[in-house]
Each structure stands twice: as C-alpha cells, then as structure tokens.
Design a protein. Structure first.
Lengths: 401, 401
C-alpha cells in the first residue's frame, strides 16, 4: 500500500514508518521536526542519541534497499499538506503529527492554546485534504485512551449501547479527558466523526494506551536507526521514565498513591496495530474506534515490577510517592475493552521480565546522557503558570533574559 | 451584581446587556464588532437598522440613567481580556463572544478553522483569566442544543445516568454535533468541565435552542436601541428568516422534508434565563448544564404557523421544500428535557399568533431592506468550498479580483 506517516520523525511515527517500509509498503514521512524543537525548549533530550531524519532514512535505505520519501513541513500549513496529498496520493494516512504530552499542554495558557490549536487545526486540515484530494484514502488517527478518563463503568471501544427511558441508541462513549492535551484529542475525535458522516470519509481512530519500549525489529538493525526514548517529566512515558530512574539509582517517582490504572502496550504492538488497521480499512462514511493497548497496570504495579527487575540486575531502587501534580483519581475502577484489534489478528507482546531487562539495559547503556533534574514533576495541573523555562535556565547555570 | 457580557454588541448579547442593566445590575460589554464585520463579508445586513454600540449605549443612558461600560477588544487577545477581568472584577461573566453560525463554519476550510480556533481559544482565554484573576466569578457560557444532535433517546440536561454491565455512573451526555460550529461548542463544553474540575471554577453551560424575536422590553423603549434581526441564510435563525420571507412574498424555504425538530425560545426568555443563572450561581468546582429552550417545533410546523399568521395579515405565502444543504436527519425522534431553568423560576413566553404578528410586522416595517438573494441556501455541507464571496460579488454587479 501507499502509506503516508504524518509525524514520522517522532517516537511512534519512526517505529511505524520503518515497520511498514520493512513490510513492503511504500512509505512517506511528513514531519516538521517540532518534536525535536520541544526538547530544546525544555532543555531535555532523548536518552538514546537519535540521528537526523535525513541520516536515518539514508541508513535504512543502505541497510535494506527500501526508500522512504520525506516531505518536510507542517500539517497546520494547508497549502503544504494539500500539495503532499495530491503528489503522493496515499491509500492510507497515519496521523501522529500532534503535540502528545499532557504535562506540556498544562505548562501555562500559551502551551494549552498551542496544543489545542496545533492538534485541532492539523486534523481539520487532514480532513479537508482527504475530502478535496483523496476521498477514498483511509485515515488512521492516533487518539488516546485518556480521552475516556476513568468512568465507573466498563470502557467500550468508542461507542456504547445506551438504553434510557425505554428507548435505545448506540452513541459515542462519553469522554472525560484529564488535560488540555487529552481534550485536544477528544476535539479531534468529534471532528473526525462528523467528517466521516458528512463527507463519506473512512477513518479509524486508535485510542492508544501508554506506549513503552523503543526497540522494534527494524530499529534494532543498526545504531543509526535508533528510536527516541524519552524519560523527562514532560515527554517521558511512565515505564520508560522508571527504567531511566532505575539506571541511575534515582527513586521511581510515583505520583500520589499510584493506583492510577491505565492501558499499556509495547511499541512493537503499536506498529503492528497500525498495519492491521491499514490492511482492514474502514468503510466509506465509517468512523471506527479501536482501543489500542494490550494490558492494564496501575502506576504502582509498574514501579514495583521495574524495581524487581532492576534488583535482578544488581541495581538498588526505591519507590518514592510524590504529591500528585495532576488532578486525577488515585484509586478507581478501570476496565477498558480492547478486543477489536485482537479480533483482526494482533498477537500481543506482553510485558515480561525479559522486556524489562532489555529496557533497563538500554537505560544503562546511555545512562551518561541522563539528567536527573528532568525527572521530577514541575508542571502542576492546578497552576495557571508553571515556570518550566526558568527552571531549565537555573539548571544550566545560564541566565536567559 | 457586577456582570460582564462578552459579545454584548451581538443579537443575544445586546438584549441581555440591556435587560441586566435595566434590572439594576452593573453591566460591562466586551466586544470587537466582528459580528458586524461578517455582515460586510457576506454582503448581508440585519433587517433592522441597528446603531453603533457607542450610540446605543448613549441612548440607553439618556433614556434610563443607567450606564453600561464598554471594553472594545478581542477575547482571543489574552492580554486585553486579562486586563479587563482585573479592571472590572465581575461577579459573573456571560460568554456570547463566539462565531455562532453553522453555515458560516461550513463555507470552506478557512471558515471552519476560523470558527473552531476563535471559539476554542476565546473560551480557553476566559477560563485562564478566571483562574488567574477572578476565580470566584461565575462563568455563564452559551452552548447550543445542537451539541446533542438527534439521538434516539431522551436528551438530558448535560449529564446522563448510565447503567452498563451491572455498574453505574453519571457521565457527560454523548454529543453528536452537526457542523464545525456546533463542534466548536462541544469542544468548549469539554474544556469548561475540565477547568471546573481542575481549578475549582464555577460554570453554567447553557445549551440554548434556536432563538427568535427581537423585541425585549428594553429594546422596545426606543428605535435607537433596536436589536439585530438576521434573515440571511448564514446568520438568520429560521423563524426570523420565515417572517422576512413572508413579508416580501418569498416562499418559506424549508430544507428537505422539514421534519427536523429543535428546541426554540423567544429572546425575551434568553435574557431572563441569563439573569436566573446569574442569581443562582454554580458552586465552586461545579459545571452545570441547563437546556435553555421553551418549546419544540419541527421546521415544517414553524413554516405552517408563519404562513397561517401571514395569511391573517393579508400576505400570501407559499412553502417551498428545497434540497437540504445540511447533512442531518429529516425525520427523527426528539425529546429534550428543559426543566432546570423552569425549576429556578423561568416563566416561558410561548410562541403565539400575537408574537408571530409582531415579528411579521417588524419584517413588514423594514421590508425595503430585505435582499431576497440572501435567503436561499448557498452553503452546502457536502462541499469543501462554497463560493459565498463570489456570489456576493455577482449580486452587487461588481467584480472583485
């Protein structure tokens, strides 16, 4: 298939682009390198020394003979995006090109507004580009399990049968997102449903859980292909962060009681889910929703599992409970359905000691790149301003006006 | 009370500002006159010759002795907005300052993006201004009944009790909005719920039905206070448009079968609902939702009622069914609850022959200002581009490059 990966230089995007290319699909990456820019802004960097997109794509070509086309630009720039759609004529477009960090969106008003405008306008542009230039192309959009929040009922995959006062309907599952970032994804989901209904577009909205890991088979081929591994408090997903903390003997930072339960998946499954969605497109006019995760854990469970695996490697690790910087339930019912991708053939890679070993070993390998000051939460959900930039200046010892 | 009306120069805003001022509240209007600008863009004008805000407010002061403060600026400009909040220190803020036309949002991509960015960013700014400067101030936000769409179950007021697989929760009522404008209001609703929960703000989200009428008691005092009466296909609400059509012998344009059923209310009730919300504020941390309408009608019913009232006045009126330019159900179940404002004391002004007479008489009085070319639908939901501007140029006989 001809597949376009928006945000293909990012964490999930890069792994996905390589996997699809390796599987014989024609792949194009669209990216504006904004994710790299955010690292500069925050004074953070990925644990793993990732190469430039040009170097990565060249290395992939030399190693495998596969070519990946690259279009450098911003999906919020419609002229650019429409031109890319016309030129590349994709059969499927995977849309990862959004600001994806909840803490980033909660830094202050500017970051909240940026996150919602960037994500909503980018997705509106994708919808219009499909409608105008590639109406048969299948949109695969990355949503998040965080759109649902933590309701006291089972979470279904996008829609729920409701019987009310003796009448019935199948309606969009009610959303209770917990940050301006998660809200932006809810906004996108509503916009996409409307576009499918009004314009007959075909879409799959993948409500993804928290992703961990970094080594997909393709990335493992060569150091030049290495993927991001974020461990900072803003962009680091929780298990990756715990592994980085364990590697330098930093306590594993659990927010509050740690009873916050979420769906998780290995990045190896992210890339497989995306191909499954591509190969089984939604019908014209259909907006499908799949919950894309393989296992549920509480944050405290993950901390305990990481600590145990670290101990096996001779690392001494403590678990520290910090005041929760987020506004969220620290204990709650959680049972989210996730059978639709499995019905289509997904074989989950479950979290094991071997995998935790491998994650910890990556963290150990690059431990010299870890800045412990980046691990403590400095973005408080309750504050209108979090001086994230000032803190960076203090750390580097440089005064910036 | 000290009440700030964002969008106080618009249709509902002006009527509300005068009503609250007449009731003895201290009132400030915040507006950027964008609504007047849209008329210029579309080559349209209100049926009634409204005066400038400066003239209106001066006339109100001369007639009643009441003063209304005016702050001219854009709510998407945070520095301006935050400054106004600090300076005026309102106890309640009524937020009408949004792009409120569904067809306008569906003209093309630029109008869709403008509508969502303008509305979402404006509301985010209001939320941050409250959090930073007036955390105890009560936000009264105008939503729309169109957020719910037309589900096959009874529509509750904002939240619904759901029992699912043996467990229960009270969750936000699922939303199925039918235009990029309606979607922008759904986005706002989610953002507001989150801000109340995270920051302890107090908010009332009023999901208003379709408003008709123009003469509130205060507006009726003097010609200089006259309110907008929009009849064009983009900003004209359906009953006002039917009256303008009847006044010039134009067929009443019903889209499709006309079975589209909605909640309606007289602008006299809009202003009363707003005061009721002000006098009964939400608690800190609470995001209440009230459905603000008094009666349900189908579009065809309204056309028939208008035609009958027109006939009594000696006007001959036909009903014409046009292909529906919108993507919507033309026949559907509709039963929306609306008891919460009545429980707080609202006494509805129901639609009567007398009221239809009065509306028709206003339309007759200003019939010379009616441009019949503005009444036919030229914005098709299914098209990515609707050449709304080009049509205006043709009508005026001027060629614009």
């Amino acid at each position: 298939m001809r597949i376009m990966v928006l945000g293909g230089d990012g964490y999930c995007g890069w792994g996905t682009a390589l996997y699809l290319s390796g599987r014989g699909h024609s792949v194009a990456i669209v990216d504006n390198f904004m994710r790299r820019q955010w690292d500069h802004e925050l004074g953070a960097q990925t644990l793993t020394p990732i190469r430039s997109l040009a170097e990565r794509v060249k290395a992939w070509n030399e190693l495998t003979g596969h070519t990946i086309d690259c279009f450098i630009g911003d999906v919020t720039d419609y002229d650019f995006l429409a031109n890319v759609f016309s030129q590349y004529a994709p059969e499927a477009v995977i849309h990862f090109a959004e600001q994806r960090s909840a803490p980033y969106s909660m830094i202050d008003r500017k970051h909240a507004v940026f996150t919602q405008v960037n994500n909503v306008v980018g997705t509106l542009n994708v919808l219009y580009a499909l409608h105008e230039h590639q109406p048969d192309c299948h949109l695969i959009k990355l949503g998040t399990m965080g759109e649902y929040g933590t309701p006291n009922i089972d979470i279904e995959e996008g829609y729920i049968n409701i019987e009310h006062n003796g009448r019935k309907d199948v309606l969009p599952f009610p959303k209770q997102p917990g940050s301006f970032y998660h809200l932006s994804k809810v906004h996108d989901s509503h916009n996409i449903m409307f576009a499918c209904k009004s314009w007959g577009l075909r879409a799959t909205d993948l409500n993804q859980g928290v992703v961990y890991g970094t080594l997909t088979d393709e990335v493992a081929l060569d150091e030049a292909l290495i993927n991001r591994f974020d461990y900072d408090e803003v962009f680091g997903t929780v298990l990756n962060r715990f592994c980085a903390q364990a590697a330098i003997g930093h306590p594993l930072t659990v927010y509050g009681e740690g009873g916050q339960t979420r769906g998780f998946l290995d990045i190896c499954d992210t890339v497989r889910c995306i191909e499954i969605a591509c190969l089984n497109p939604a019908a014209r006019g259909e907006c499908r929703v799949y919950n894309q995760f393989t296992e549920q854990f509480s944050v405290l469970q993950l901390a305990q599992m990481t600590a145990a695996a670290a101990e096996q490697l001779g690392l001494k690790v403590e678990i520290e409970h910090l005041p929760d910087p987020r506004v969220e339930a620290q204990k709650h019912y959680y049972n989210a359905k996730h059978s639709k991708l499995i019905d289509l053939g997904l074989q989950p890679h479950l979290l094991s000691n071997t995998l935790l070993d491998s994650l910890l070993n990556i963290a150990l390998r690059y431990r010299d790149r870890i800045d412990p000051a980046l691990m403590l939460p400095r973005v408080n959900w309750r504050s209108a301003h979090n001086d994230r930039k000032a803190a960076v200046c203090t750390l580097t010892g440089t005064t910036v006006a």
